[in-house]
Design a protein around this ligand. Structure first.
Ligand SMILES: NC(=O)c1ccc[n+]([C@@H]2O[C@H](COP(=O)([O-])OP(=O)(O)OC[C@H]3O[C@@H](n4cnc5c(N)ncnc54)[C@H](OP(=O)(O)O)[C@@H]3O)[C@@H](O)[C@H]2O)c1
Length: 327
């Protein structure tokens, strides 16, 4: 089968389209013919080996054999099932993702208990491919870390990207009154997917208004903690989804450390977290999609042979919704 592989850390130039063996399906696994996958910032962190902290997982000077793959979510059709699999059968159309990456490939194996569920009939493979990482992140940020309640005033900084477009829609579905922050070209999209108001950050600074929020999802991670806390209500919650990408050592984790130090001294709650794709949360997201409350937003689509270009585009940091790779 064809798959994207890399042997050293670096820019998207390190990525190669190779012929590799189709993985053997285990007793509790599905073999999925992947029709589309998406790229996420975590892919370029693992591709570049930055922040260096990721090398503790992936290999210090070179990626370990198991870490030479990219792609964490996908949509496709079940090609074969292991002997203990009862919930799926060949031909089922599914979507979901892998914690250990590798979906930029024609076939993957995934445990039936992992984050894989049947694809909503109304979604194409391209639409479904970019859901799992971004939507599970948005859901966990709002519901678990943000403890969103109906009527909460929610600000989403970075409302137009992969996570942001799901966050705006899920926050609305959970009863929030949502303000999205994005650049001029994305204002209409963020309004169309349901934001009650949109702040164009090229014209207005959301930290300098008199509006205060119960919940602030900081996905862009480009403002200081004191700037974002300024617009939070005294008992409001700040959830840091993305952090500043400056610094090669710990990168976005610098914000987590500052939040931990600051937390006892402030009235507002502050949380950062690493999202996980789970079957339960993917099922919640699928139900929101089937109810017409959430719709994937797709920016660009690239063929597998141009996966490096998909990563280059994503790394620019201005994707509008998801960047998809068709396989
Ligand atoms: N904690 C976790 O588990 C977790 C999980 C997934 C992702 N993340 C992190 O979350 C971040 C976003 O991920 P993503 O998949 O949504 O990335 P993405 O698709 O690349 O989105 C980036 C978005 O950031 C926006 N942006 C750039 N500069 C901005 C600014 N100054 N103010 C407001 N928005 C700005 C862009 O909007 P414009 O084009 O309008 O500028 C773009 O839509 C990344 O740092 C990623 O590592 C964390």
């Amino acid at each position: 089968m064809k798959a994207i592989r890399f042997d050293r850390y670096g820019s998207p130039d390190v990525l190669e389209l190779r012929e590799v063996d189709v993985p053997a399906v285990g007793d509790d696994e599905l073999l999925v013919r992947v029709h589309a996958a998406s790229v996420n910032p975590l892919d370029w962190h693992f591709m570049r080996g930055t922040p260096y902290l990721v090398r503790l997982l992936a290999g210090v000077s070179r990626p370990k054999a198991s870490a030479r793959k990219l792609g964490a979510d996908m949509a496709g059709a079940v090609a074969a099932v292991g002997k203990n699999v009862t919930d799926f059968q060949p031909g089922d159309e599914v979507f979901g993702g892998l914690e250990e990456r590798g979906t930029l490939a024609e076939y993957i194996t995934i445990r039936q208990s992992a984050a894989v569920v049947t694809k909503p009939a109304g979604l194409t493979f391209e639409q479904a491919a970019g859901v799992s990482v971004a939507a599970c992140t948005a859901l966990q940020a709002l519901r678990d870390k943000g403890r969103i309640q109906p009527g909460h005033k929610v600000l989403v900084n970075g409302a137009s990207g992969g996570v942001g477009t799901f966050a705006v829609q899920i926050a609305k579905a959970l009863g929030g009154e949502v303000t999205g922050v994005c650049s001029t070209r994305n204002v209409a999209t963020v309004a169309r997917i349901g934001a009650d108001s949109v702040i164009d950050y090229t014209r207005d600074d959301f930290t300098q208004t008199e509006r205060h929020y119960d919940l602030l999802l900081d996905i862009a991670g480009n403002r200081t903690l004191s700037e974002t806390r300024r617009v939070l209500r005294p008992k409001g919650t700040l959830v840091a989804v993305g952090g500043p990408n400056k610094g090669n050592w710990i990168g976005p984790l610098s914000r987590t450390l500052t939040m931990t130090v600051l937390a006892p001294a402030v009235s507002q709650r502050m949380a950062s977290f690493l999202a996980h794709q789970t079957k339960a949360d993917l099922t919640v997201v699928r139900e929101l999609i089937e109810a017409g409350k959430v719709e994937p937003v797709i920016d660009k689509t690239y063929p597998l042979a141009r996966a490096a270009d998909a990563l280059r585009y994503l790394e620019e940091g201005h994707a509008m919704g998801k960047v998809i790779v068709t396989i």
